[in-house]
Design a protein around this ligand. Structure first.
Ligand code: ATP
Length: 323
């Protein structure tokens, strides 16, 4: 039996949206036929932290009537929005996001199996409404858990003896937003400074709980980059109601700088691990399309982004939906 599903390219852009409207060339309704016995179609956006996954997911969702499922394990929680780089409401451009900022911060850590079942429920529900499910986020072990046909919760697919399966339970279109190492490194360092300027220190100060910082085992959002680094700082300089930075002595300033430096370092380690894992998935048979966002990030230009990344992604997704 044939199921007709329509992915409309449409403007879902509320007045608060910071993105320009999708180009008129893509405002053509696309009707695709899906056989019920065939696998569900899913777009998967991969990339290192800071490369532009969230931006691409929203750009594609507004063009193909998509809904986004978060696959960053630190962004499931309702807290530390700055530290975990959760996409803001205006940046979402009205696109529904699932599994994003939903769990209470002190909830037990979500396991890969739980993510597999929650995200697959979201995929079915989104697809049943004729919308396109788009997975976006940097936790590649969770992406693997969600997509493989046979999932073994006891095995780390990225261990020293990788056990990555290329047998997938969805029809996937993989897009990898990649950025050259030097440009990404520079961008991430600058991004940490911007995060600190936009309130990350205050966010971490109100999250600080000496009981958690003494615990040797961290779970869930307590592992997010920024929490352990600043827990050490707050252990020496407990958060106060008012922080008058001008009154800080040299030792305090140095401790602050040290924490920021560690955050930059750990963010970079995370980015490298993410890239390495995407390359492992690719060499294990996942058909991942690589898109080079180096020029767009270097120029910090929406125009270059549209030309280098968006145009190509739209072409790839159109082809995928029509096949
Ligand atoms: P692992 O097997 O080490 O858990 P993974 O691929 O399953 O790796 P990742 O999503 O890479 O999981 O996260 C690993 C660690 O990186 C997290 O525990 C956290 O310290 C940090 N991290 C990941 N995403 C974020 C984020 N959005 N904000 C802050 N820290 C993050």
């Amino acid at each position: 039996q044939e199921l007709t599903s329509t992915f409309f390219s449409r403007s879902l852009v509320p007045t608060t949206c910071t993105r320009p409207r999708p180009r008129p060339t893509s405002v053509v309704p696309m009707t695709i036929c899906m056989d019920q016995s065939r696998k569900e179609k899913v777009v998967v956006i991969m990339g290192a932290t800071g490369a532009g996954k969230s931006r691409l997911s929203v750009d594609l969702a507004t063009r193909f009537s998509g809904e986004i499922i978060n696959s960053d394990k630190m962004q499931f929680y309702n807290g530390l929005e700055i530290a975990t780089n959760q996409i803001t409401i205006p940046e979402r451009c009205g696109v529904p996001h699932h599994l994003l900022g939903e769990l209470p911060v002190n909830d037990n850590e979500l396991t890969a199996s739980e993510f597999r079942s929650l995200a697959s429920e979201s995929i079915s529900e989104i697809a049943s409404r004729g919308k396109l499910p788009i997975i976006a986020g940097g936790s590649n072990s969770f992406v693997h858990a969600l997509l493989v046909e046979r999932f073994d919760p006891g095995t780390n697919p990225f261990s020293s003896k990788p056990s990555i399966s290329s047998e997938l339970r969805y029809d996937c279109c993989f897009l990898w937003v990649d950025v050259s190492v030097s440009v990404l490194h520079h961008h991430l360092s600058k991004r940490v400074d911007q995060m600190m300027d936009s309130g990350m220190f205050e966010e971490l100060a109100s999250f600080y709980d000496p009981r958690n910082s003494r615990s040797t085992v961290r779970t869930g959002i307590h592992k997010a980059i920024g929490v352990p680094e600043f827990d050490r700082y707050f252990g020496v300089y407990p958060p106060e109601k008012s922080h008058n930075v001008c009154e800080w002595d040299q030792a305090r300033k140095a401790a602050y700088e040290e924490a920021v430096h560690e955050i930059k370092d750990n963010t970079w380690q995370l980015a490298k691990k993410q890239i390495e894992r995407i390359m492992m998935l690719r060499s294990s048979g996942w058909e991942i399309h690589r898109l080079d966002a180096t020029a767009s990030l270097r120029a910090s230009s929406r125009e270059v982004w549209e030309k280098n990344i968006l145009k190509e992604s739209v072409k790839i997704v159109k082809r995928f939906l029509l096949k």
